[in-house]
Write a protein that binds this ligand. Structure first.
Ligand code: MN
Length: 321
């Protein structure tokens, strides 16, 4: 058997006590599939290390699964649960920092508390960034109250992983079509739109050192760059940007392969954003970790690209090297 490439995976989920997804959050899953996922989420030891070993994953960066604290109405409760979730992850994984790292979970319901918690996680607990599950009680990260949070991210020089969460409100196009909910389609629309809000609201002009990561091969955005530029150029608001949207995305965005095991979108992301901007991930335990590993080992890309995607891009983005 050929030797596996040592991989870093960075969209790998767990759930801390009190933040397990509710049945409403995951109602679209087949109950049998859901039972396996629910059993694997809180486990941070032998079983996880075994499947990582089989897939050649040397390090997993773990994050609280969606919707997490983003869905909690009471700010005080959300702040408390975020703190507990980070401590849970830290104590459960600190025994093996070579295998496990973490993205902090923070409650943006209280922006000041979120900034303090992120600082604590990065400076005291050794977390490598933060993961946000979509909108927080219907508010998106381009809104002005989040400026201190962007400032903290720049200060700490850590990336923000923007992951799908609860979709705040559906357009008429989704009404009566529950099959389009969740990972099938609605999360892609919401998360790509969230990212484009950041671009068009000029968050990156105010926060030039901010760095974003999107999963799911960039939530379709790599495919759309030319059209975004072309159509933004004929709108007043698009013309007001300091650079075309594609340039802003290329400067501030990296993507992971989580939940997309197909060569065509991989090659599109590599060509559209650059070889430095794509990182392997599996979305365990929602997706098949072994399938993801087997795919990337054999994907139709150059060996130089494969090493970058599997490991060295993540080392640079997460400042691991
Ligand atoms: Mn995920």
């Amino acid at each position: 058997m050929p030797e596996l490439i040592s991989k870093i995976a960075l969209e790998e989920h767990f759930s801390a006590p009190g933040l397990e997804p509710s049945i409403n959050d995951v109602a679209f899953f087949d109950p049998e599939v859901l039972a396996t996922i629910e059993a694997a989420l809180p486990e941070l030891a032998e079983q996880r290390l075994r499947v990582m070993d089989q897939a050649g994953i040397s390090m997993a960066v773990l994050s609280q699964t969606a919707p997490g604290v983003q869905a909690i109405g009471d700010a005080h409760h959300a702040v408390d649960l975020a703190h507990r979730a980070n401590d849970f992850l830290h104590t459960r994984t600190a025994f093996d920092p070579a295998r496990f790292r973490g993205f902090a979970c923070v409650a943006l319901q209280d922006v000041e508390a979120a900034c303090s918690e992120l600082k604590r996680c990065v400076q005291e607990l050794g977390f490598v960034g933060v993961l946000i599950n979509g909108a927080t009680n219907g508010t998106y990260l381009d809104e002005p109250q989040f400026a201190p949070f962007w400032h903290t991210l720049e200060q700490l020089d850590v990336p923000l992983y923007l992951h799908p969460g609860l979709v705040s409100e559906h357009t008429l196009a989704f009404r009566g079509h529950p099959e389009l909910e969740g990972a099938v389609w609605s999360w892609t629309c919401d998360t790509a739109t969230h990212m484009l809000r950041l671009v068009f609201a000029r968050v990156f002009e105010r926060h030039p050192r901010a760095r974003l990561i999107l999963g799911h091969m960039g939530e379709t955005l790599p495919y759309m760059l030319w059209r975004l530029d072309s159509r933004a150029a004929v709108t007043t608001l698009g013309r007001a940007l300091s650079q075309p949207p594609s340039e802003i995305l290329k400067r501030h965005l990296t993507v992971t392969t989580s939940g997309v095991c197909a060569d065509a979108p991989l090659r599109c992301a590599l060509e559209a954003l650059g070889d430095h901007a794509v990182m392997f991930s599996t979305d365990y335990p929602y997706e098949d970790i072994q399938l993801a590993a087997d795919w990337i080992e054999n994907a139709a890309i150059s060996e130089d690209q494969r090493i970058k995607v599997c490991r060295t891009n993540a080392q640079r983005v997460l400042r691991l090297a």
